[in-house]
Every structure is written in C-alpha cells, then in structure tokens.
Design a binder for this molecule. Structure first.
Ligand code: AMP
Ligand code: ZN
Length: 475
C-alpha cells in the first residue's frame, strides 16, 4: 500500500513520493535554546522522530536536519535575566536539549545547525533577495516585501488573509507594507551583532531556517515539520524567502502537529502551564512518556495528565511482559499448528500496523495493532511451554521492529529470562545461608535450606561449595 500524508499545503491527503526515489530529505524546526524543553515541544520532536523511523522502516534513506535557534529576542532577554552571555545560555540549554532527546530515544539529527554559526550564509541569502527585488533595506534593517511574492499566503490560507495576519504582528514605520517581515535587524544597544553590508545587526528567525534547511538539504526538501503555530508566519515566510530566491518549490510536504494540552489548553511557556521533560521524567520513565506522546494521532490534540501517563505505563508493561514471556519459552525443533497460527497472527498484526502508519502516521491505530500482536503472543504462551526455534526468532524480531518504529527500545541484555532470575535468587539465598553458618546461626541457616527444599530446590554442601538442584515436583 502507498504511504499517504496530510499536506498542510493544499490541506489534503497526498500520496508520498520523495523527489529522489528512495531518499527523503527532512527538516524539523528545532528549539530556541533559552530554557529546558517542555512536554509540548517533546511532542513535536517525538512525532518527527517516529515519522523518520517509519520512513526508515519502509526502506527510505532519510537525511534529517533539525536546527537550533540560538539568537532571538527570547535568548537576549533570558541571558540578561540570568546575567550570562547569550553564548553561555545557548550552550547550557542546547546541551540540556541533546540530553533530553537522548533520554527520549529520539535519533540524533544528521546535522543540528545553529543560527549563529551560519551568519555568512544568511547574509548571502538576504543579498540574493535584495538583488532580485524581493527585499529592501530600511535604516539598518532589511525587510521582505510580501507584495512582490505572488504565492504569499499559500500555506496558511490566501494572500489577503496572510497580509491581514502579518499586519497584526508588529507596527513598524520602516516597513513598506505592514505585513512585510524582517530578514535582518539593525543593531540596538545591549544586543549582540554581526557585521553585514547593512551595518551591524542580527538575522531574523525565518531566514535562519530556510537558509540552513537549503544549505544541508538542497533547494527542494521533501518534508518540513513543526507545530501548527509555525504555519504562520514562520513557515509561510520560509516559503516566500526560499521560493523567491530559487523559483523552485521549497518543500513538497508540510506536516504540522496539533497541541499537547493541559486541561484542554495548549501547554506553553506564556500560559505557565508547562512542565519540562525533566520534570516529567520524575513522573514516569522516558519510554512511557514517549508511548504517551504517540498515543494520539499527531493532528489531534493530546491532553497531558496522570491518568493518561498511567494508561501508557500499563500498556508498555503489557507489551514488554509479552515479549519477555516469548523469549523465555523453551525452544524446540518441531513446528506445531500453534506455532504456525502465531506466525500468521503476528504477520497480520504487522500488516495492520503498517496500514495504520501508511495512513498519515496513525500511531494510535498502530498501537492497537501492536497490542493485537501482544495478545497473540500471550494466548500462545498460555497454551504452550515451548516454541519452535525460528518461529520464536521471527515473532520476536517482528515485534521488536514495530516497537523500534515507535522508539520503544528492547535490549535483550536488560531483561533476564525467568530461569536467569531464578538462578540469581537461589545463589543469593545460598550466600545468605553460608554467612549465617559462618556466624553459627544454625537455626536460620537450616530454615533457608528447609524452605527451599519445600519448593523443590535441594542444597548440597560439598568441599568446593554449595551445589543446588531443582527436583521435578510433578503437576
Ligand atoms: P519553540 O522552541 O517554542 O519554537 O517550539 C519548538 C517546537 O515545539 C515547535 O515545533 C512548536 O510548534 C512545538 N510546540 C510548542 N508547544 C507545543 C505544544 N503545546 N504542543 C505541541 N507542540 C508544541
Ligand atoms: Zn524553523
């Protein structure tokens, strides 16, 4: 089946086909590093990561770029408040961001370009726009002239509407049209600045993203993502800048995620209803948080609350417990009808998982398919004490591959089999008993031996240490 995605540009479902067959070039607007990321930001980043992982699962080679905005008004104000330099602030919170996404098992972008390290490229992009007549200099600032770009408004609605929305953003007498936006901001006292043909200053936010996206991905990208607040003006302006300069399509598929909410309201810094990812890790494990963040479709709102986290925790336990049960089953060579049924049920689950993900990355439906696989494994393990060797391998590999798409990690080494746990527990008891004997606490030592014997575990003291055996106690 073909993969379909909902393109904000055109507001419809479209079949996904990258520009170069087999290769996907993808850009995700990253964080402004003036504080720790909150769970709402994490939703945007986890969704992008799941989409990347699914594209890779489907065999595409994905080049994934996500920027770091390390210069803007928020950065300047926060650095001032904290009494540190903007550079120190940027380093502090970009380090924290990389730690957080690592714990969330988000794959690291191929490049995480920083705006402040791309000033020459940004200046070059602005010069090209001035040369082509799309931008003008006004007293140390440079603005994009939206009236010159025919398609302005095509992402967020229509041109008239975009001009109206743009005009509301900031009243500024230097602009020719109220909806024009800044490409370069002239220096003000107390602000950082870089030399440019228009005097000292700093880049606007929109030109950072389109310049860095094109530097690392070329003139045309396959996918550009971000939360829906970025549709206007940020992404609308990125299109204007990039397409005015090249005359080519900038992005083929625009994908935007809905809000993570708290009691129905967008989680945000400005509302003060946010919780950082770090705080959330005290409420649940990173894996639980991840599973929770994909428990709704990315274009539907998702409410953050304790009950929802607890539900994801129960689900994750169920999934991992089933996998553990499967792996602990004894292996045999012969194939039974139950083995064959298990394989076909798990393949059916995988098909449903793929069908859900092909339908604009419907993660909640994909999770339902995954739980179907879990149920098939549990039914099998209820009725069988052993499993044919290759069946076990195929089933566990399939489930692990689906979990990997969601970014839920399974490492065999981390979870021991029942047998290994049993052996570990017995050897602990033997050590405790020997310590008691050393202290001449004969009664307590004998007690351990007798109670183990009742469970069918016989201890035998030999000159080289204590040996143990498990008797068959019958049914
Ligand atoms: P920012 O650092 O504010 O630019 O945000 C980084 C990313 O997080 C952007 O794609 C935002 O759209 C996204 N984002 C911010 N708040 C939320 C939220 N409550 N739910 C989902 N995405 C969000
Ligand atoms: Zn951006």
């Amino acid at each position: 089946m073909a993969l379909k995605v909902y393109n904000t540009l055109g507001r419809r479902m479209e079949e996904f086909a990258p520009l170069r067959p087999g290769e996907v070039r993808m850009y995700v607007c990253g964080p402004t590093v003036y504080d720790y990321i909150h769970v709402g930001n994490a939703r945007a980043f986890v969704i992008a990561d799941v989409i990347r992982r699914y594209l890779e699962y489907r065999g595409f080679k994905v080049r994934f770029i996500s920027n770091i905005t390390d210069i803007d008004d928020k950065m300047i104000n926060r650095a001032r408040e904290m009494g540190i330099s903007i550079q120190e602030l940027g380093e502090l919170y970009s380090d924290a961001y990389f730690e957080d996404i690592k714990r969330l098992n988000i794959k690291r972008p191929d490049v995480s370009p920083r705006a402040t390290q791309h000033i020459p490229e940004i200046i070059g992009a602005i010069e090209a726009l001035i040369e082509k007549g799309y931008a003008y200099v006004a007293d140390g600032d440079v603005y994009f002239d939206v009236s010159k770009f025919e398609d302005y408004g095509k992402l967020s609605g229509n041109k008239a509407e975009a001009l109206r929305m743009g005009a509301r953003i900031e009243v500024n007498p230097k602009k020719r049209n109220p909806a024009d936006f800044a490409l370069w901001k002239g220096w003000k006292p107390g602000e950082p600045g870089w030399h440019s043909p228009w005097g000292r200053g700093r880049p606007g936010w929109h030109i950072e993203c389109s310049t860095m996206a094109q530097k690392y991905l070329g003139e045309t990208l396959d996918i550009h993502m971000g939360g829906k607040d970025l549709i206007f003006p940020h992404h609308e302006n990125e299109i204007a800048q990039a397409e005015a300069a090249t005359g080519k399509t900038f992005v083929r598929y625009w994908l935007h995620n809905e809000w993570l909410t708290v009691e129905g309201k967008k989680m945000s810094k400005s509302l003060g209803n946010f919780i950082t990812v770090r705080e959330a890790f005290k409420m649940c494990s990173p894996q639980v948080l991840r599973l929770f963040l994909v428990s709704a479709h990315y274009r539907s709102p998702l409410d953050f609350n304790k009950e929802a986290l607890a539900a994801s925790e129960r689900r994750l336990r169920r999934i991992l417990r089933a996998l553990r049960r499967l792996i602990s089953l004894a292996e045999r060579d012969s194939l039974t009808p139950d083995d064959e049924r298990l394989i076909s049920e798990v393949e059916e689950g995988r098909r449903r998982f793929e069908e859900a993900m092909d339908d604009d990355f419907n993660t909640p439906l994909a999770i339902t398919a995954l739980l179907g696989v879990v149920k098939a494994i549990n039914n099998f393990a209820d009725a069988n004490e052993s499993i044919e060797r290759t069946t076990k391998r195929r089933v566990s590999e399939m489930l692990i591959a689906l979990l990997d798409v969601l970014g839920i990690e399974w490492t065999e080494g981390r979870v021991k089999t029942d047998r290994e746990i049993l052996e570990g527990l017995i050897s602990i008891l033997i050590d405790v008993r020997n310590e008691m004997r050393r202290r001449k606490e004969w009664k307590a030592a004998d007690d351990i031996r007798e109670r183990l014997a009742k469970l069918g575990v016989t201890l035998e003291d030999t000159p080289t240490g204590t040996r143990w055996t498990i008797e068959d106690v019958g049914r």
